[in-house]
Unconditional design. Structure first.
Length: 261
């Protein structure tokens, strides 16, 4: 079982008073950790640091003791899959299948190009997301929800050790949202991956996540099991809203219902 650990990571944006500081946080493979917090709390920044897109001022990001911020780009690309927050809105001439095949890039010989096996793996990923019929359509012609499913397929085709998903369920209708939740839980366990997901919806987080990291103003508010962290007190402290816990079937959900006075 792999363990991702973030230790003493600090990042500051140029010409901004905002700073992110994560003193100590860890997440295990075969589980999904949701990262929640208000807009501007540092959720996306944390994912970009782990992905190697942003370089922190100090600190380490370790996977089973290996500092992944120090490995070469090809090695990192084989270890990590990343979906950015705005990728579904990008206009591109590529087909859905070509987008998914991009997830295979770290494993493809650049002199030969994708093999039939790479195409087979990519088509299987699209099939699992209920998007195989989109394979040969231009990505730019797809709806927001269809694009999101294609991007999720791209995230899983490389069998990554770490999946970083920045609001991956936006634009999905209720059926595909529930299917994507189920799929991500299955995939995280099957490929033994650490899965970090930024979310805004606390109900979705209650249903989807094993662990929750709450952040506010670049600092950790709480971290632990979803059931323990998603409580009325932590939601009030993080969002300044009141919430209530309810049980639906076998699931315990937390629902915000009013602004704090």
């Amino acid at each position: 079982m792999g363990v991702l650990r973030v230790e003493g990571v600090e990042y500051r944006y140029p010409n901004s008073s905002f700073s992110l500081y994560i003193e100590d946080f860890h997440s295990e493979s075969k589980s999904i950790c949701g990262i929640l917090g208000p807009n501007g709390a540092g959720k996306s920044t944390l994912l970009k640091i782990i992905a190697g897109i942003l370089k922190p001022r100090r600190g380490r990001v370790l996977l089973d003791g290996l500092d992944i911020l120090r490995v070469d780009m090809k090695t990192r690309a084989r270890m990590i899959s990343y979906i950015g927050q705005n990728e579904a809105g990008v206009s591109t001439p590529f087909t859905a299948l070509q987008i998914v095949l991009m997830g295979r890039t770290p494993w493809i010989n650049p002199w030969i190009g994708p093999t039939s096996r790479d195409v087979e793996i990519s088509m299987e990923a699209l099939k699992r997301l209920g998007a195989v019929d989109l394979a040969h359509r231009p990505f730019s012609s797809l709806s927001g929800g269809e694009r999101q499913r294609v991007l999720l397929a791209r995230a899983i085709v490389s069998n990554p050790k770490i999946m970083l998903l920045d609001e991956p369920l936006s634009n999905l209708d209720p059926r595909y949202r529930l299917e994507a939740i189920r799929l991500l839980r299955e995939v995280a366990r099957e490929i033994d991956a650490v899965c970090l997901v930024t979310l805004h919806d606390m109900v979705t987080a209650s249903m989807m996540c094993d662990y929750i990291l709450l952040v506010k103003s670049g600092r950790i508010v709480a971290y632990g099991s979803a059931e323990d962290v998603l409580c009325e007190e932590n939601v009030l402290k993080t969002y300044d809203v009141r919430a209530v816990k309810v049980r639906v079937s076998s699931q315990q959900l937390i629902i915000p219902f009013d602004l704090a006075e």
